[in-house]
Design a protein around this ligand. Structure first.
Ligand code: ADP
Length: 170
């Protein structure tokens, strides 16, 4: 039987941290299905179609990776429908852990047959988050070590960066 895991997230945008989690997940599972959430209540920089296209292009060379989008319903129900046995999540720090523990317990309560599996990204990805990357680009900073080239390009096209503004007169 194929051991399938879901890798859920907003991926707004996908970062090298996410890709590291994906690579590590592929060592543990036969197939990973990336589930991009499109929550109407959560404001995102990239549309669901843009995020789907970005992620699909970046994993196109990986035969055991699929990409889907998800807008409603429990993630554990998506897992069950797709024959997945686990939800794969990445951990960076204690803050992630507290949040993930709660989500993991809730998901386990909803469907006890789906496990949440946590992996640590390599230390160099610890400070990488989608929101940090967006802020850095807004401030005209460099994100080429945090995201793939195609994403750095997409961020530059989407975000108007503001030059430094200082004032001495108050
Ligand atoms: P969500 O909106 O569900 O937090 P994200 O797209 O931000 O979705 O993250 C998806 C998953 O990837 C989460 O498990 C998150 O902890 C993990 N993740 C994101 N960035 C990193 C990183 N730099 N290192 C390890 N895990 C990460």
């Amino acid at each position: 039987m194929k051991r399938i895991a879901l890798l859920p997230g907003s991926f707004d945008p996908i970062t090298n941290g996410h890709l590291d989690i994906l690579q590590k997940g592929l060592q543990l599972f036969d197939e990973i299905i990336i589930v991009i959430s499109s929550n109407e209540n959560k404001k995102t920089l990239f549309t669901i179609d843009e995020r789907y296209a970005q992620v699909s292009q970046l994993v196109a060379h990986l035969p055991n990776v699929k990409v889907i989008t998800h807008s409603r319903g429990l993630l554990v129900d998506v897992a069950e429908q797709l024959g997945a046995i686990a939800l794969l999540r990445g951990l960076r720090n204690v803050g992630d852990f507290e949040y993930e523990r709660t989500m993991g317990r809730i998901n386990k309560d909803q469907n006890s047959s789906i496990e949440t599996v946590f992996v640590l990204a390599d230390a160099k990805h610890d400070m990488v988050s989608s929101s940090a990357v967006k802020t850095i680009v807004e401030l005209n900073g460099e994100v080429s070590s945090f995201v793939p080239d195609s994403i750095a390009q997409a961020l530059k096209e989407k975000i108007t960066a503001y030059p430094v503004e200082i004032s001495h007169e108050h």
